[in-house]
Write a protein that binds this ligand. Structure first.
Ligand code: FAD
Ligand code: NAD
Length: 466
């Protein structure tokens, strides 16, 4: 079979690349080894985790907040089986949507493991062991990533689990131990904390979500403590052992002192993900990994000119929307266009409640680069909209160039931060000054007023409502 483009992997990188290639007139095929399309994001990542976050948020609202709003119900009970069933339905409607889009765009879907025979030939081996060879002028590798295990405690998928199993538990844990206070640890940890589990997070570094602006990690720790989550920051995990009905973890404080021993029923290990290239036969295409990732140039082209790679399998943040942008970029390049990605302005979001969202430089980065900057903050508790909904935890922090006032970073923790960060991206794409945003009318009462107020604070320390 002869194609202009063969895409390997159908996650947000791969399926978007395939659609854009087809839109631009290329005869396109996509290869996926799993039964359903959509990759990590749709099957075991972004979508199912958000479904569980939403269900558990409804539960805690019913349990703890309805009464204050004047809604009286009998004590709500969490039905995990139903939550997981609903999550599966949400996943199904999304993955079916991708299958529909493949048909609509006349993209051939080949189910099976794709592996290079040579730089222009991809062998697809189905579950039945039968194989087909696809001939491709161009190949886009979008094979994604898998969870990283602790070297001394491989996933047994029973007591020592990854996010995939954490999204399929049969019972609400009594005590969930989480290794890694990053995005997955905080999102899935908060799901189970809301459902009543005791949740203990053990993090190697001294703050949660350490790649984001330090203010956000501190605030997130404060608000999730209210949910009952406990934290062991600055701790090195030295052992995790499945003891049958329970799991025991030992961690040592990096600063010295007595080790901590935690006994729980599950240990979620969320210490990052590793690029996935197993079975891809990269060696037959002449590509070697560098630090575990497929090396690419600024055009996402590998050392072999007709082969490109995108998404989690290459450098950069492991985010669905980053993978999508890269898929678009490669497809448009193949059609002779000159697209560009501004990696600084790929936003990051943690879907806890309140949500955390960030774009641009963190304060720590600006300090370490010695850049002259100013900062403006506005707390949610001073916001009429936040008081009305009782979502008063959080703040907006805007960082701007000290001399030119150009916005350099927007960092939000608070209700609806995930949607609000798009305004920060837009402002920064157009290289707005903090004063530009401060002078724009923002509807009242909205959460976005906090962004305007933070810009006012950054511009001349003149927020109105503080
Ligand atoms: P993937 O989505 O990993 O897709 C790769 C696909 O390639 C898979 O379907 C795999 O089966 C297939 N494949 C691999 N090798 C082969 C082969 N040889 N032949 C055929 N097929 C192959 N990101 C966000 O931006 N927002 C979120 O809210 C978010 N939440 C997440 C929650 C969780 C629990 C997890 C685990 C991740 C989350 N992510 C989120 C990250 C996001 O899922 C990834 O960044 C994204 O899926 C990467 O897309 P990709 O296309 O590079 O790879
Ligand atoms: P992460 O990189 O967000 O967090 C891993 C955390 O584990 C870090 O804080 C790190 O310091 C810590 N850590 C590393 N080794 C450790 C050890 N031995 N002991 C204790 N702590 C240790 O990774 P993740 O949470 O596993 O998520 C994986 C990827 O999936 C991330 O790249 C993330 O971008 C993506 N993801 C994104 C979202 C989202 O966008 N909302 C949600 C889930 C996952």
């Amino acid at each position: 079979m002869q194609y202009n483009v063969v895409v390997i992997g159908s996650g947000p990188g791969g399926y978007v690349a395939a659609i854009r290639c087809a839109q631009l007139g290329m005869k396109t095929a996509i290869v996926e080894k799993y039964d359903t399309l959509g990759g990590t994001c749709l099957n075991v990542g972004c979508i199912p985790s958000k479904a569980m976050l939403d269900s558990s948020e409804h539960f805690i609202n019913a349990k703890e907040h309805f009464k204050t709003h004047g809604i009286e119900i009998s004590e709500p009970k969490a039905n995990l089986t139903q939550m997981i069933k609903r999550k599966a339905e949400v996943v199904k409607s999304n993955v079916d949507g991708i299958a529909f889009l493949m048909k609509k765009n006349k993209i051939d879907v080949h189910k099976g493991v794709g592996s290079f025979v040579d730089k222009n030939t991809i062998k697809v081996t189905g579950k039945d062991g039968k194989s087909t060879n696809l001939n491709a002028e161009k190949v886009i590798i979008a094979t994604g990533s898998k969870p990283t295990a602790l070297p001394f405690a491989p996933f047994d998928k029973k007591r020592i689990i990854s996010s995939t199993e954490a999204l399929e538990l049969k019972e609400i844990p009594k005590h969930l131990i989480v290794v890694g206070g990053g995005v997955i640890g905080m999102e899935l940890g908060s799901v189970y904390a809301r459902l009543g589990s005791k949740v203990s997070v053990v993090e190697f570094l001294d703050s949660l979500i350490p790649t984001m602006d330090g203010t956000l990690g501190k605030e997130l720790q404060k608000v999730t403590k209210k949910l009952g989550m406990e934290f062991f920051l600055g701790h090195r995990v030295t052992a995790v052992e499945n003891k049958g009905k329970e799991v025991v973890l030992v961690a040592e404080p990096k600063s010295g002192g007595a080790p901590v021993t935690l006994t729980g029923d599950y240990c979620l290990v969320s210490v990052g993900r590793r690029p996935y290239t197993d079975g891809l036969g990269l060696e037959f295409a002449g590509i070697a990994l560098e630090k575990g990732r497929i090396p690419v140039n600024d055009h996402l082209q590998t050392i072999v000119p007709n082969i490109y790679a995108i998404g989690d399998v290459v450098r950069g943040a492991m985010l669905a929307h980053k993978a999508e942008e890269e898929g678009m970029m490669v497809a448009e390049q193949l059609a002779g266009q000159k697209p560009h990605i501004n990696y600084l302005l790929i936003p990051g979001v943690v879907y806890t409640w309140p949500e955390v969202a960030s774009v641009g430089y963190t304060e720590e980065q600006l300090k370490s680069e010695g850049r002259a900057y100013k900062s403006g903050q506005f707390p949610y508790k001073a916001l009429g909209r936040a008081r009305a909904s009782m979502d008063t935890d959080g703040l907006v922090k805007v960082l701007a160039d000290k001399n030119t006032d150009e916005i350099l970073g927007v960092h939000i923790i608070g209700a609806r931060a995930a949607d609000m960060i798009a305004a920060g991206v837009t402002a920064m794409e157009f290289r707005a000054a903090a004063e530009d945003v401060a002078r724009m009318s923002h509807a009242h009462p909205t959460y976005m007023e906090a962004v305007k107020e933070a810009c006012l604070a950054a511009t001349a320390n003149r927020s109105i409502h503080m």
